[in-house]
Design a protein around this ligand. Sequence first.
Ligand code: SF4
Length: 286
Amino acid sequence: MQFPIYRSEAKSILSSTTGFIAQAGFTHSLTPARNCTFGCTYCYVPTMGVYGGLKREDWTHWGQFTTFKANAAALLRKSLKPHQIIYCSPLVDPYQPAEETEETMPALLDAVIATPPRVFAIQTRAPLILRDLERLRELSSRTTLRVGFSITTNDERVRRLYEPHCAPFESRLDAVRRLREAGITVVATLAPVLPCNPEALVHAAIEVTGRDLIGDPFHVRATKSAGATTREAGFRVSLKHGYEQWHDPAFQASLTLRMQNAAHAAGRRFAIGPEAFAALAQTSTT
Ligand code: SF4
């Protein structure tokens, strides 16, 4: 699928963190582009509007184009400090489809390799990250590198409904395996948990990562009255296909419990919220 790709000059590249990401322990976030060409139906980012650094056309046409920060690497080279704990990215997948031709991440990784922060965490759902495996290996020899890999459902029909431009379940598992084989620490992020077989999803994620799991049900206003929440398009998919209960707080509580029990039976933990995401910000992980 082709997307219009724009470029603009940014004033800065690292932002001091607030809210969820700060609570998880990150000091800075790095966002290489505005708007994400994965365009997931439920994506929380467009619901943040201007507070997510977006322009109106971004949240009204989410996923239909993207704007890269053309001077991102030059800015990053001047901004990196050894004490920083950096999350890349809360507002876009750094390996979104448009990154395949834009190739922003290799230059950003070169900057981070040259001046390593204390922790560098990449959050993605894209096997495209394997393109940069050698750089990731180099970075992990110089500092604490964490890859959070989003695995949202084990049901391919569901995946195509909610996130049709994202990689299939098996491709993601394979990407995690290959990162792990290369010595990269990968933590599976089951967030948001889409309709799935929860126990099977937990087992698959533990099997490929060998680690504790991070998760989160859909954000809903009943339990989160302000801030980023599930995009309307995601609710519409759930309504149309009979998955409304996956947005229901009581169902979500029982879902979380089932996933915790499944992880526990496998000798691992499944946790939600900033305490869980803190695993990506720490220099040691389980
Ligand atoms: S990959 Fe992440 S940032 Fe991109 S559209 Fe999907 S949920 Fe949003």
